[in-house]
Design a protein around this ligand. Structure first.
Ligand code: HMN
Length: 288
């Protein structure tokens, strides 16, 4: 399960319905052009928190059908509705996904016992292994070393997607849990995380920048830090421009310039203005 995973985008039409052909094209682009090791399906980048249970299932099905066994698949099933999360965990297990992942429960300020119970409930009915999805900036949930350790006591919990700029905690986690899988979640910090010996990374910008990300990761693993730093620099120039223009919308438009019908974002996300659309196309021209 090690390596680089694209946090997969989903293609939606103007009404917010799934565009199946577009989604299949995004999958193919990631496998054939970006050459990533796997896909992280229905994460933040997949606009997961804006869609219905039925749509989540449909996306899981389409992606598995398109991928077959070509790359590894991780299914993000986390939800404030723990029954839905458990149902989706079962659903993707039946589809043959390689692992599940679940965001820490957010919005209500759950205490740690509640968070633990949430993960244990999701895992009760399945044998599929789980990667914790930790992203404190969006969820408001920060866990410490001991709390990660307690969650890791459940042997079905095999790792964490660590999306935080806390390299002290990352180093402590790596040191304390050498056998757990740790994935870096911020693409702009991939080199720094790789130096700390993470097992892989999961990122939104890999949809368009997978090749550079792979180079950063492999160069860092073989100790070629100067070369990796050069590529992280170009990558961060790209990421800065993407973030300034609108993260998911810009990546989608960049994919469009490559003939991939990545479509529209779901409301309440807004569409790019004409000016920003042009900017997205110029970013694609510059970096792809
Ligand atoms: C997901 O669940 O879609 C991703 O794994 C999330 C991933 O960590 C991304 N975070 C967000 O989109 C909030 C990053 O790839 C991020 O987009 C990138 O580093 C730019 O900041």
């Amino acid at each position: 399960m090690k390596g680089l995973y694209t946090a997969l985008m989903c293609s939606f039409d103007e009404q917010g319905n799934i565009n199946e052909q577009g989604l299949r094209e995004i999958v193919r682009y990631n496998i054939e052009v970006s050459e990533v090791d796997g896909l992280y399906v229905n994460g933040s980048t997949g606009e997961n928190f804006l869609i219905s249970t039925e749509q989540k299932k449909q996306i899981f099905e389409i992606v598995k059908d398109e991928v077959g066994d070509r790359v590894k698949l991780m299914a993000q099933v986390g939800s404030l509705n723990v029954d839905e999360a458990a149902e989706l965990a079962q659903f993707v297990t039946n589809l043959g996904y390689d692992a599940i992942s679940a965001v820490t429960p957010f919005y209500y300020k759950f205490d740690f016992e509640e968070i633990k119970d949430y993960y244990n409930t999701i895992l009760e009915g399945v044998d599929t292994k789980l990667i914790i999805y930790s992203i404190p900036a969006l969820t408001g949930v920060s866990m410490n070393l001991e709390q990660f350790g307690e969650l890791f006591e459940n042997e079905k919990i095999i790792g964490v997607k660590f999306t935080a700029p806390d390299f002290y905690l990352l180093e402590r986690l790596r040191h304390a849990y050498p056998d757990k899988l740790i994935y870096s979640g911020f693409d702009e910090m991939l080199l720094s995380a790789s130096v700390l010996n993470v097992d892989g990374a999961i990122g939104s910008t890999f949809n368009v920048n997978g090749k550079r990300a792979k180079q950063i990761f492999t160069l860092a693993q073989s100790g070629r830090i100067d070369e990796a730093r050069e590529i992280q620099k170009v990558t961060n120039d790209l990421i800065s421009e993407i973030l300034e223009n609108g993260l998911y919308q810009t990546i989608k438009e960049m994919l469009e310039t490559q003939g991939v019908h990545a479509g529209y974002v779901r409301k309440p996300m807004k569409r790019l203005s004409e000016e920003k659309l042009l900017k997205a196309r110029s970013i694609a021209e510059k970096y792809l």
